[in-house]
Design a protein around this ligand. Sequence first.
Ligand code: SAM
Length: 698
Amino acid sequence: MKLKDNNNIKIKLDTAVKHHKENNFILAEKLYKEILDIFPNHLGAIFYLGTLYAQSKKFNLAKEFLIRADSLKPKDLNINLNLGNVFHETGDFDNAIKYFENLINIKQDFTLAYFNKGIVLNKLKKYQNANECFMKVIEIEPKNLTSHNIIAANLIELNQQNRAILYLKKALKIDFNNRVSIKILTDLLSSLKILNLDKESKQEIKDLFTFLYKKNLINHNQLFNNAKLFIFDVKEYDEIKKLIEQKCNLIENQKVKQILKKEFFNLILQKSLLRDKFLEEFCNKIRKEIILSLDNLADNSSEFLNFIISLAEQCFLNEFIFFQSDLEIEAANSLLNEIEKDKNVNEYKVAILACFIPLSNSKIISEKLIYYQSKNVLFNDLIDMQIREPNKEKELSHKIDSIGDISNMVSKKVKNQYEFNPYPRWRFITEGVKSNFINILNSNIKPNKITSNRSFFNPNVLIAGCGTGQQLENAITYENANILAIDLSRSSLAYAKRKMEEINFNKIEFMHGDILNLANINKKFDVIECVGVLHHMESPEDGLKVLLKILEPYGFLKLGLYSEISRKHIIEIREIIKKENFSTGIKDIRNSREFIKNNKDNKSFQKLIYNYDFYSTSSIRDLIFHVQEKRFTLDKISKLLNSLNLEFLGFTDDEVKKKYSDYYPEDTNKTNIENWNTLESENPDMFISMYQFWVKKK
Ligand SMILES: C[S@@+](CC[C@H](N)C(=O)[O-])C[C@H]1O[C@@H](n2cnc3c(N)ncnc32)[C@H](O)[C@@H]1O
């Protein structure tokens, strides 16, 4: 072979690799093949062609060329690595592991080989073995964050929560803002069974809750049920209970004073809805004592200022649901007059007033405070929450385009309800990790798994009835998604839009309108989500048919529908509420809650107190005062899906799926609706909030 020929081949290979790197696959392939025409055993051309086929997902060709390369040069790191990856991609996990193990034998500190082997073992649900690989990775690379996160997630699967916490703490030491670690920790702490912890572990868990409560991009409502267990210790709880029972003054009690100054308690009040009867009673009693002793206290720099601001934020979050006696209302009204007349800003008094009415109710106070800057960050936060943000929503609500007039009578009534009480009021959501829609769908419907020949790389997503946007927590993690969110209520849409702007998520369009008018927009969607909406329509079936018309034939639809069985007690309560003539005004809503709480013999009432939706105005209105509510049974849903030629893909709630496994271990996909129907009839509270599930067209 002449030197010149060799040079030409080298130039050709360099050019091919250059095109390859620039994703110009057609040209690169042609050049590699030209080299192989001359030198059929040219290792470089064979190897690169193999990798090119792997990148183009032509896996059979990729295997053929990479195996040829391997036979020409055994023990090559890159060849073995690519072979392992190709077998992994094609689901041939045994061969994938074989090649990753080859790599480990060749180079014992090759982290990528351990890592990739671990990923394959994870897919095989061999979490223990997978973790051995990831441990090896962090032995070589102690700061490998992803491995720490995967080890923690696997330990949770293996029911070793304490060890998982250890790895999450290590991960957060490497990067305390890491979204994946934070998400795993949030999920873990909200589902942890907190029983009989020793003092040290209790402090450790409390510190982790505090860490999460100090952050903003977290759904603190999710954490509340466990977090509340760390507010009081047993002694404090007993003492407060006694003080309340004996109708003693709380605010003068030294223990109570200390509790009110606790940062952790204040953070909980600021960020999560207090869904607890005892805590509500405690806070409400203190609020009452404060307003009724205002003249005596008359202390501008009260030691409780931060607590009062936190309580005002809580009251805004729960839409002023706590009961107010006539005396308190009177005192709040005179405080309102006093503040309106005062030329100065008395932050202490403003914060107290903000515990009773939204500050934006007063034009004078709004104008006085809209540009006000306090030295107290928390006070500024309160003004943001109660004045600046509602003001922004008012501006936004006029700017949202409409998809057509709302003419259906039921839709009109429903719109009125949600214009007045946008549902739900929320503060923060967990900023999830972005991933391809199909991955997220599969994790939603697991253990069922769908494969799609569509990439869903850039999915068009419709959120039909988005409300205030809390539901978007899931959809904003769909990679490259274009989202359209519609709703009947402009005030809900404005809330949602402001919240999305707050987290800088701008790939979302909001439109005002009725699901019944969706055909007007002349567009089809790859994914549609409609949760907690159809059952508020005159005909949920008609609404569903509209959605199916605009769902692509290969698309996916998520539905959330009320369960007739789970809402049996609510049906009874709705009747009583009607009989007692409670209106939907705030005073009557508060009175109805007291009526329910005090009626200790009524089992349905007592059950309602454990419902999350009992604890804010818009949610209790949604729960027992709704102008339109229809309910479903699984039998009815099954018939509906059959009649519309839809395939049931699975429920999204992991807890109910765990229960199902105990009863029907043989149904590995957990998609047999008849089984689910039987299970629900034996466990009537299973779907207490809703049935939430995915379907697709058959
Ligand atoms: C209970 S909220 C649920 C909000 C949201 N989907 C969630 O899960 O947080 C119901 C929402 O559906 C909206 N809605 C009800 N009927 C509708 C219709 N026909 N067209 C559009 N939106 C509707 C209401 O305005 C309200 O915001």
